[in-house]
Design a protein. Structure first.
Length: 324
């Protein structure tokens, strides 16, 4: 690199990563640490060689309506990139990279956390205790369901889906059934004692717990709708650590309040950080504020992965994690 490329970091990052970036690049950080607006992006696209967005940055067609952008690379801090309009970046010839692998373990850990909290009614118990309503141990109090030996349905068998299968199968003896848009190699399925079904409709009736690990975006909006929820066994659980729009909130709330579903755990929400009121009133729902990758180690590793992608790109190579 002969000159230092100008890069924009759209949110505050772990200090060690901000420092590493500053060694190699001319960095501007959005110190307000609030999501940038479309107009701010349009302005940034004309000034920075690379922008380092996150899931909170809506780089939709409108934000990307600029002529001759200076920006050549969007190096996303995160694995999901459905907040970036693929057609618009292609039209501008802008490259997009993400941060796979480094967050798979932590995201799967959080999906396990939600599954166990929901099955063991931990959210309800915590709320009862804090409200001062616990009257003491009794044999029929907040009795949940065992997950060991049950069937886990996984939608999307990429790195995070497989990390979930690893934990659930080898740690909890769960039977794994997966649905994925392409065929999974038999040796990969065998690692988790898993079987792949042909369609989501085939998966729904088989599982005691459904865990979502597929991409978000328009093509997967309301993949889990009322019709599909009705195919699930009575008392089944739904866990979403993927993207909020994959689940129809109203249909989920209805399935919970009617008693058809035994519970649900959500780490992601359509339109987050706003949470639909229909969800807030559901007792058998555990909700977390998008914490999937939120460990010190992982957030640093994600930043270092963005750094590596920037170095690749500005040294004339394809970024190692190029997705568009
Ligand atoms: C991811 O990496 O996709 C997380 O959800 C944060 O964007």
């Amino acid at each position: 690199m002969t000159h230092k490329p100008k890069v924009l970091v759209t949110r505050r990052w772990p200090a060690a990563v901000e420092a590493r970036l500053a060694d190699r690049f001319e960095v501007q950080v959005n110190k307000t640490d609030t999501p940038m607006t479309g107009a701010e992006f349009q302005e940034a696209l004309s000034r920075f060689d690379a922008i380092l967005p996150t899931v909170t940055d809506k780089l939709d067609a409108e934000a990307l309506t600029v002529s001759n952008p200076q920006t050549r690379l969007l190096a996303n801090y995160g694995v999901g990139f459905s907040h970036i309009d693929a057609d618009a970046v292609r039209a501008h010839g802008i490259t997009v990279s993400n941060t796979p692998d480094v967050l798979s373990d932590c995201t799967a850990d959080l999906a396990m956390t939600l599954m166990l909290m929901v099955a063991r009614r931990a959210g309800e118990g915590e709320r009862e205790l804090r409200a001062g309503n616990w009257t003491g141990w009794r044999p029929t109090h907040l009795v949940g369901s065992k997950v060991s030996g049950k069937t886990l349905g996984i939608v999307g068998f990429g790195r995070i889906g497989q990390a979930m299968a690893q934990r659930a199968h080898h740690g909890f003896g769960m039977t794994i059934v997966v649905q994925n848009r392409s065929a999974i190699a038999q040796d990969v399925l065998d690692r988790y004692g898993a079987t792949q079904v042909a369609s989501l409709d085939d998966l729904m009736p088989q599982c005691d717990v459904l865990s979502l690990h597929c991409p978000g975006g328009d093509s997967n909006r309301h993949l889990i709708d009322g019709r599909r929820l009705a195919l699930m066994k009575p008392g089944a659980f739904v866990i979403n650590t993927a993207r909020g729009e994959v689940v129809d909130d109203h249909a989920l709330a209805q399935a919970l309040t009617s008693g058809h579903l035994g519970g649900a755990g959500l780490d992601v929400f359509d339109g987050e950080p706003n949470i639909g009121p229909v969800l807030l009133s559901c007792d058998k729902l555990v909700m977390l504020p998008h914490l999937g990758s939120a460990t010190r180690e992982t957030r640093e590793a994600m930043g270092m992965r963005v750094f590596d992608n920037l170095v690749d790109f500005f040294e004339g190579r394809a970024p190692r994690d190029k997705v568009l």
